[in-house]
Design a protein around this ligand. Structure first.
Ligand SMILES: Nc1ncnc2c1ncn2[C@@H]1O[C@H](COP(=O)(O)OP(=O)(O)O)[C@@H](O)[C@H]1O
Ligand SMILES: [Mg+2]
Length: 274
């Protein structure tokens, strides 16, 4: 389905993404983890064509999308909708208009200038908001909503494009644990119920492990791990994050300890069932 072949991005002498190869052969939910600066955002931005690759190829359903331009490029960008840590909504505009802006790629400039949205689109936007549990906020300004609600508005805007893939760059990094959980559950449901692929950059291991079918680890621009969440042992995590001082940063080390404890508990449980 989605095939990324030796994708590389250089910024001057700095290689932000180094010959990354990834094959997604069926819809799934993928978590990308790694330290800050590992190349996670650059990889997603290249897939979505916000950033052009220096080398390598991106194939979707046997079609090369690496160098698309104009209309074809915009159509691809609608197929792989992107959501961001900071939501990127228009704060003073109402929620439903923010969601309707997800259809802008398909609409004439004239209609866009006058905010003329077809009734069918408005109904669809409200249905999507309803599905995400935030329909009652449709008339409010985006800025009046909590972070978790705003991120769900951003997800709704992405869904308006009916994307095959959702690319999420640290979607929960600015949210408290409760809101983070709601947003991750929404993404998981969208994957399971609609069969869309979700690729999310995540800053914590436990989130990747909990919600994703597959985890990709990046370090210094390279993909150094690609496997099942249960294969993500402490040793592997150490390799991804680097076994130096940064690794003992509270967030990550706590999560690793929790991870180890969870794995141990699950193993004990598995044994008890034999
Ligand atoms: N627009 C840019 N110009 C120059 N360097 C960049 C740019 N974007 C990212 N980089 C560099 O590329 C590397 C990877 O960055 P990024 O993809 O943002 O990593 P991550 O998302 O994993 O934190 C870093 O060294 C970063 O400084
Ligand atoms: Mg990033």
């Amino acid at each position: 389905m989605l095939r990324i072949d030796k994708l590389t991005k250089r910024f001057g002498d700095n290689v932000a993404v180094d010959t990354a190869t990834l094959d997604v052969d069926k819809p799934c939910m993928i978590g990308i983890i790694g330290r800050s600066g590992a190349g996670k955002s650059t990889l997603l931005r290249m897939i979505n064509r916000l950033s052009d690759a220096s080398e390598g190829r991106i194939m979707f359903k046997d079609r090369d999308v690496t160098n698309l331009t104009g209309k074809a490029k915009r159509a691809w960008q609608a197929d792989c909708a992107m959501i961001f840590q900071q939501f990127n909504l228009v704060p003073r505009m109402d929620v439903v208009s923010n969601v309707l802006h997800g259809t802008l790629n398909h609409r004439a400039t004239f209609a866009t200038m006058f905010n003329l949205f077809p009734m069918a689109d408005i109904h669809r936007a409200i249905d999507i908001l309803d599905r995400l549990g935030i329909a009652e906020h449709a008339p409010k300004r985006a800025e009046a909503l909590s972070g978790g609600q705003q991120q769900r508005v951003a997800i709704a805007r992405a869904l308006m494009q009916d994307p095959k893939i959702i690319l999420a760059d640290e979607p929960i990094a600015s949210l408290d644990p409760m809101n983070a959980q709601t947003v991750m559950e929404a993404l998981r449901r969208i994957h399971e119920e609609d069969g869309r692929t979700v690729i999310a950059n995540l800053h914590t291991l436990d989130t990747a492990r909990r919600y994703c079918d597959r985890v990709v680890g990046m370090r210094d621009g390279r993909i150094v791990f690609d496997g099942l969440p249960e294969q993500l042992t402490t040793g592997v995590a150490r390799e991804i994050y680097g076994a130096d001082a940064t690794f003992s940063e509270a967030a990550t080390s706590t999560e690793i300890e929790t991870l180890d404890a969870t794995i141990r508990a699950e193993r004990m449980e598995a044994k008890a069932h034999v």
